[in-house]
Design a protein around this ligand. Sequence first.
Ligand code: LLP
Length: 385
Amino acid sequence: MLSRKIADRLAVYPTPFYLYDIDLLRETLRRAVGESSRYGYKIHYALKANFDPRILREALQAGLGVDCVSGNEVRYAIEAGCPASGVVYAGVGKSDKEIMYSLEQGIFAFNCESRHELEIINELAAGLGKVARVALRINPDVDPMTHRYISTGQADSKFGISYKEIEEVAARLPELKNIEIVGLHFHIGSQIRELRVFEYLCLRVNTLWQWFTDHGFRLKHVNLGGGLGINYDQPESELVPDFATYFSIFNEYLKIDSSVEVHFELGRSLVGQCGELISRVLYNKVTAGGKNVAIVDASMTELIRPALYQAHHAIENLTPGAGETLYTIAGTVCESSDIFARDVRMPELRRGDLVSIKSAGAYGSAMASRYNLHDLPEAVYSDSL
Ligand code: LLP
């Protein structure tokens, strides 16, 4: 990965910081756009994965729209130059203020998550004398075979309109005069590595789409969300995710009219591998049980994924010493879950060594916090080193 090639140039930057490989980001975006456009599909960048302004700029330059999950994200995307017509907005808890702002901007679609929300959007749109474009986010009850904290499309999840409620919702729609139903939306989870999950999703979408068509709806687009996973175990063997297979699955299994636009909302697969968290070894210690613990100067405040989801991120010593040791690599925060890796065999870690925590471009800096009054992490871009 990039950090290994330029390790000597990284020593001048105060740690911890995020290092972004802009060439890799561009190549990833180029491949995603290339593979999706073979079938005429459109991609919205899921801004929640990483709102770093430089990364967003690259995504916009690659021609992507933006998938937002808050009013602030909608504003941020538009202020960064994304046309409102490229913005989709999902989220189970949109506030009145966020809805009004998005209505005023005229975004492409609200991905609406409940019957109650439909009524509120209708009411607010009426107040503004507007008609809101809405895609119904349906919870299709498909198991994404991923960590339960990032599963969103199963029967009892808080996301989307239950498939059981569809008839009731459809019956209410004619009264909601300030809503135009323009599409259906699905997003079943994140870090999906079992690609057959997307085949199952298509089969559910086909059935639901048919139901809407049979009931007189003339929908213009279907949005299949995001979720394509990345290789955290061996990032270098798969720096760019397999977009070709991913999009070809939808091309093969999705059976809806060819005039219908097909949209996606990719986050992790676009930006995950281009980011590394660079940290420095502070201290070594040995526990009573004989475990070697290396304390680094990053923590769950820069990258919470290991603490929150027991996520694995490959770690490399960029200035390796001799000999290999089994290490627990721990962060600085006063939480026992603040561990980046347990029992990993790696070259000796000495005070001052730089380590790279890989595949940290998605849901890394975006989820950073100021817990323990830590500073938020800075970013370093490969083309401005
Ligand atoms: N669309 C919607 C409606 C979403 O909720 C998400 C992610 C995406 C698209 C993008 O999904 P992606 O392509 O990135 O899988 N913090 C967690 C991931 C949370 C995902 C939230 N929703 C993590 O670090 O694994």
